[in-house]
Design a binder for this molecule. Sequence first.
Ligand code: NAD
Ligand code: ZN
Length: 354
Amino acid sequence: MDKIFKNSKLVPYYYLGRGAFANLGMLLNAKRKTQGDFVVVVIDHYFSGKHILPEGSIHADDLVIYADTSEEPKTTYIDALTDQVKTKNRMPVAIVGIGGGSTLDVAKAISVMLTNPGKAEQYQGWDLVKHAPVYKIGVPTIAGTGAEFTRTAVLTGKDKKLGINSDYSVFDQVILDADLLETVPKEQFIYTAMDCFVHNCESLLGRINDTMTIALAEKSTQMMKEIFLGEMDLEKLLVASSLGGLAVANSSVGICHPLSYGLSIELGLHHGFAICVAFNQLEEYYPEVATFKKILEKYEIHLPKVVSDDIAEEQLERMAVATMLNEKPLSNAFGDDWENIFTKEKIKSLLRKM
Ligand code: NAD
Ligand code: ZN
C-alpha cells in the first residue's frame, strides 16, 4: 500500500519574550486598512478591570469580550458570541484570544464560525470547515494545553467534547510573553502545566508518532522536568508547552485523556484537574507517573479522590462508556483491538481508584 503522508500546518509567526505582548497594537494596526475596520478581543474574565491590553492597541470601535471560563467552552457559547460579533454587520479584521486553553479555543472557534454557516457543533470533528477563517492571534496567559499551537478548538457539545480539528483552527500569530503568567494561582498553574507533561507521555508511548513528534515531546518533557524539579522559569515553561502542543497536534493522546473525559463529563471537572486525577492512577502504563508524583509533592498539591467509594453503578457505567468513545486515543495506546485489552471492567476499576 502507498504510504500516506500528512501535510502538517504550523503557526507561521510568533513573538517570544517578556514584554512581547506590547507588539499587539502594531500587529492589529497592520490589519486596519480603512475606517470602520474593527478587531474582536476575547480575553479571560479574570482580566476584567485589570487593564492589561497594551496602550493604544484597542480602538473605540473594537469589541472586547470577557470570556467566562468558569466552565469549559460549549458550542452554544460559541454560537452566541459569533452572533454578538455579527451584530456589527461587517467582518472584523482580526480576532485576538488572550487567556488559557478555554479562551484560546473560544477565539479559534469564533474565527471559524464567522465565515462558515450553521452552528459550531456541525464542525466538531475532523476537517469539516470549508471556508477560510478570520485572521487570529493567540496570547496564552497560562501554560500547558499547547492550544496556542494546535489545530483544534476543543468544545463541549450536547453529547460530546470534541474539537473543531482543522487547519483553519490554527492561529496566524502567537505571542508568548511570560509576564502574563505571573498571576496564575498555584493549583491551576500545576494542573494546566501537567496537561503538557501528560500529552508528552501519551504521544511518546503511543503508536501514532514520527521523528518530529518524538523529538518535540522528548525535549518538552526534559524541559518540564528541569523546570518543575529544578528551578521555575516561566518563559521556558511557555516554550515546553508550545513544543508539547506541536507534538500532540501531530500524534495523539493516549489512555489518560479518555479517562479524564469520562470524569469531566460526569463530574463537571476542569480539564487540567481531571488529567491530574486520572494520570495519578496510571503508573502501570506510564513510568513518568513517578516523576509526576514528585512534582505534586514538591508543590504541595494534594489531589482529592473524586470518584466516591459508593458511586452508583449506572454513573460508573456512563463514565466508562464516555471513556470508550475515544477510539483514536485508545487505539493509539493499545492498537486496533484495544477493546479486548482495555476492557470496560478494567476502565471501571481504574475509575474507582480516582
Ligand atoms: P482555562 O483557560 O480553563 O483557565 C483556567 C483558569 O485559569 C480560569 O479560571 C482562568 O480565569 C484562570 N487564568 C488564566 N490565566 C490566568 C492568569 N494569567 N492569572 C490568573 N488566572 C488565570 O485553563 P487551561 O487549563 O489553560 O485550559 C483548559 C481548556 O483547554 C479545556 O477546555 C481543554 O479542553 C482545552 N484544551 C485545548 C487544547 C487545544 O489544543 N485546543 C489542548 C488541551 C486542552
Ligand atoms: Zn489535555
